[in-house]
Structures are given as structure tokens and as C-alpha cells.
Ligand binder design. Sequence first.
Ligand SMILES: Cc1cc2nc3c(=O)[nH]c(=O)nc-3n(C[C@H](O)[C@H](O)[C@H](O)COP(=O)(O)OP(=O)(O)OC[C@H]3O[C@@H](n4cnc5c(N)ncnc54)[C@H](O)[C@@H]3O)c2cc1C
Length: 464
Amino acid sequence: MKSIAVIGAGITGLTTSFLLKNKNLPVDLYEASERPGGVIYSKRQDGYLAEFGPNTLLNTNKKLEYLFKISGLSEHIKFAEHKSDKRFLVRNGKVIAMPSKAISFFLSPLFSWKAKYNLMLEPFRPRWKNAYEESVAQFVRRRFGNEFLTYAIDALVAGIFAGNPERLSVIHGFPKLYKAEQEYGSMIRAQFFGAKARKKRGETSKQEARILSFDEGLQVMPDTLAKNLGKNFHSNCLVTTITQIPSGWRISYRQGDELKQQDHSAVLLSTSAYAASQIDLQCTSSLNLGLFSKISYAPVSSVVLGYKRKDVGHPLDGFGMLLPGIEKFNILGTLFSSTLFSNRAPQGCVTLSSYVGGMRQPELAGLPQEKLFKMVHFDLAKLLNIRGEPVFQISNYYPRAIPQYNVGYGQFKDHVLQLQKDCPGFYIGGNYTRGPALSDNILSGFEFADNIENYLKTVAPFEV
Ligand SMILES: Cc1cc2nc3c(=O)[nH]c(=O)nc-3n(C[C@H](O)[C@H](O)[C@H](O)COP(=O)(O)OP(=O)(O)OC[C@H]3O[C@@H](n4cnc5c(N)ncnc54)[C@H](O)[C@@H]3O)c2cc1C
């Protein structure tokens, strides 16, 4: 019997395991903690539904719908309310709606006339032809000018990576942007002409993709996928060693006080980079997993505050607001969670989910809870014209929240590829290999399941 070990029940490991089981292949999913989902973590308390990790999933590909359908998740989907389409950016301490159409961009007070003129010139600027790797900041300055970087991209990068645009690599962190410039010579041209190519690939652009979650938050997704695995989902199992053996791979793990082993034909390692670097890999390759400890991670605290609706002056008529670093606030951004999804707060109350720390102010992320609550309330009260104190507060600290695809990241990508080449039947996935978005990692699950299925056809069966 050929079986597969998947290590780490984040969304990558769960999707891959579920799809393998769906192909009638025996799979065991080992998870160090007691709960599936990794950084996905929804908690219902006192009538509020708090999301500590990801809040939303972008439906960018038909494969996601397929997964939802075959796993039974479809009936739990909650699409974001249309009134949350608007997004806000803070400039000069004011919360201003971001322009969604070309015409509104030119009328918006968010950018100066110089920035608008710079944007109009973008299609006429030459492609990047130099050999060295550009940071996101260099790329944006070159194509759009400094103001666009300071006010729009700095905030956007904080929203996606909790990262620093001066350090993030454009080719690795935003490969589609890099490709757009190489293929179309301009971002604006790519926006117009790339639509046809996307349609052919079954993809929806991020701007058009529907935003969704589930009735009891994103946690429903890992819970449902893990439930489908039944007894093949093994919680509280910390994998310590992966050893190549003649018949495949031996997994050594700690479950409580017990040390256990299990043999498999193939392995997918889908933990975080740091957790992977702690695992002893014994195989024919001269490489090991230690290098992954060098991938830097942004620390983040998620702070969810509830207020009485009548105490909040702002209409909260949108998705949320992003804060550029130059504005000198403590929060990176805030989601208007109860506008996005209606069941996030009790009647007459609202939920605001804010993120603190990141590469911008890493020292803030680990502050004691009470300090965080005060700090976030102080910023929100100023920005959203809040008069009363929070009536609900809860937070969660992620010391390593999001991996940074910084300039030089290519060495890690090469390392993954070389290890997989040296060790047939050994695969490496997770958000430090395929991008941070949930959708990227779900799609990678499809790829891993297909690749592993094909690999198993090439090896002799053995009893486990
Ligand atoms: C605060 C925050 C907000 C975010 N917001 C969004 C958002 O709104 N939208 C979006 O698309 N994405 C968002 N993301 C990103 C996205 O949630 C993650 O990139 C994605 O969920 C990571 O999935 P993963 O498969 O890499 O695994 P992870 O979630 O990293 O899980 C890895 C699992 O491996 C387990 N593990 C570790 N070591 C071992 C071991 N030795 N043995 C067994 N198991 C082990 C861990 O316990 C964990 O469960 C956010 C992330 C964070 C932190």
C-alpha cells in the first residue's frame, strides 16, 4: 500500500491531504498542535466572531469553487457584503476613500497632481532590463514615482505582507507585477490586455474576485477539511525527523510523551519555514532544512475591538483602512469586519480588526495585551471618530506571522527545488514557497496532490 505523510495542517497541508484522499490515496496528516488551520484562527465569544489570522479569502480561481463543492464547504460560504467594496487610505490623519475607477483617481484628494501626472506617464516608461534584483520600492519609484510608493504601496505592502517595500523583492513577492512589466511593458497596459489571458487560465483578477469567508469564520475551512480526513488527521504530533529509507520515507514524531515512527511512500512538508528548519532531514542530498531559518518573518498582533455602533462616528462603509508608515500611527491597518460579514458583532455593535507590528514596527507586536488594546483604541478613536470605550476586546500574537519574500529570496526557492530534485517523493510547500495568500496555498495543494499521485505511479508498492 502506497501512503503519503503530510506534515503541518495549515491550509496547504489540509488541501493536499483532502485532495489525495479524494483520489483514494491513503494519507496521514501530522499536526503539532491540537487544532487544524495553522495561522487561520477564528474565535466566537460574547456574540462576536473574531478572526486573528486571515479574515478573507479571494476567490481567484475555479479550483477553489471545486474544493468547496466536493468538501461540503459551499453551503457555509458567506460572501462579503457589497457595501464593503470601498477601501480607505489614511492621508494627513484623514480616512479617505481610495479611487476605484480611473476617473475617480484623477478627482481624488489622495494624490497630488504631480503623482497623477506621473501615473499617466507609466505606459511610456521603459521595461526593467538590468541584471540586479529590484525591491518593490525601487520598482514603484521607477514606474509610478515616490508619492505613489509612500502613500499607496507602502500601505498595501503592510496590508499583504506586513512588510517593508524597501526590502521586499518585486520578482519574488509580486511576481505578477514583474511579469506584467516584462510582458506588456507597463502595469496599466497589462491591466487592459491581461484580462484575456487570465480568462483563458480560468483566473479572475484580484480586483474582480469575490471576497468570501464562512458562516463561522475561516476556521470552518480547516475544520471541515480535517473532519473529512477522519482518523487520518493526527493532532498533537510534532514531527522531529524525516528519514529516507529504501521503501520511501520514515516519519519520526512525538505524541505526548511517546516517540513514534511511521513509514510512507511520499512526504509533503507544509509547516512554516522556521518549523521546517527545526526538523532533521536525513536523506541522500547534501542539503538540509536549516537554511529556512534564515527566512525572515514579520511579527504581528491581531487586535479585535467591539464598539457600540452609536459610539462610532465613521459610517464604516467599506472593507477597511490602510495606514502608510509616514502617517505615524501604531496600527498597520483595520478591517471593518462587521461591515464585511454581518454576523461578526451583536445587534447594535460593530467589530474592528486591527493589525499591529509587522516589519514597520516589529517591537509593538509583542507588547502586553492591555497596552495593545489601549494603543489600538487610541488610533481608532482618532481616525474613526469614536467617542466611547470598546465593549469587547481580544487579541492574538503571532511572533512569526508572515514570511518575507525579501531581495535575495531566490536562494530559498533554489534550495526547495534542489532538495525536491535530490529526494524523489519529498515535497516542500507552505506560504514561504508559494506566496502568502490563502488562495495561492490552496492552489498549491492541487498541484501537490497531482504531483504526488503521479509520483506514486512510478514507485513499487510496499506494505506500511
Ligand atoms: C495575521 C495574519 C493575517 C492574514 N490575512 C490574510 C488574509 O486576509 N487573506 C489571505 O489570503 N491570507 C492572509 N494571511 C496569510 C495566510 O493566512 C497564510 O499564508 C496561510 O494560512 C498559511 O498557510 P500554510 O499552509 O503555509 O500553513 P501555516 O498556517 O503556517 O500552518 C503550518 C502548520 O504546521 C504545523 N507544524 C509546524 N511544525 C510542525 C511539526 N514539526 N510537525 C507537525 N506539524 C507542524 C503548525 O502547527 C501549523 O498548524 C494572513 C496571515 C496572518 C498571520
